[in-house]
Write a protein that binds this ligand. Structure first.
Ligand code: CA
Length: 220
């Protein structure tokens, strides 16, 4: 899953970046409202984390502009502690959830996971598609025969993206966008390598290759 963090506090941003990475998210960051608005509108994200007090353009304006353009990406607003009016303003402007600063990273990760699941129409804890379960806390896959398979960070991000989009053809480009950061080195056959490794763990028929079009994770 790919997240956008719009936050001008470099210290907080670095801390969040580290924590979200280890929770299996790919994160792009913008330090001001103008860059943030452009990235949010131009790139494809699963969830956007938006600070309200931003240089360049206030977070609320950024959010209103996104919604006015029809952007439906879930937005979690980061508000000042106890500022109830900020929360109300944020929700009115089209935010899906909010979190008051300071917050525990664990709570942020749990809320981001809940938002991605809600957006994918899956309200259960953890992901389950066609008998395959993805344990998001321990980053492992559990097959319907009960065997658990540990996943590397990239395998986990790839499998989660596939499982959140079952029965959909996903091009290599789309998968790259959701599994790697903008600046990451993107070797052209990296995805093939990771798909092969995943198949060894979750079963060969779980991920279908559609020649020239991409990959598909069938619900069964
Ligand atoms: Ca700020």
């Amino acid at each position: 899953m790919r997240l956008l963090l719009v936050e001008d506090d470099a210290g907080l941003a670095a801390e969040l970046q580290k924590a979200l990475k280890s929770a299996g998210f790919v994160l792009d960051r913008a330090g001001d409202g103008i860059t943030g608005e452009a990235l949010g509108a131009g790139e494809s994200y699963d969830v956007i984390l938006l600070d309200l007090g931003l240089p360049g353009r206030p977070g609320l304006t950024v959010l209103r502009n996104w919604r006015a353009r029809g952007l439906t990406t879930p937005v979690l607003v980061l508000t000042a502690r106890d500022a109830w009016h900020e929360r109300v303003d944020g929700l009115k402007a089209g935010a899906d959830d909010y979190l008051g600063k300071p917050f525990h990273i664990e709570e942020l990760v749990a809320r981001v996971n809940a938002l991605t699941r809600r957006a994918a129409g899956n309200l259960r804890r953890g992901l389950e598609v066609g008998g395959l379960c993805l344990d998001e806390d321990l980053q492992r896959a559990i097959r319907d025969d009960g065997t658990a398979h540990e996943l590397t960070g990239t395998e986990f991000r790839l499998l989660r993206y596939l499982m959140l989009n079952p029965d959909r053809i996903l091009s290599k480009g789309q998968i790259m966008d959701h599994v790697y950061e903008l600046e990451a080195d993107r070797g052209s056959n990296l995805i093939e390598v990771y798909v092969r490794r995943l198949r060894e763990k979750i079963g060969k028929d779980r991920i279908q290759t559609l020649r020239g079009r991409g990959y598909l994770f069938p619900r069964r």
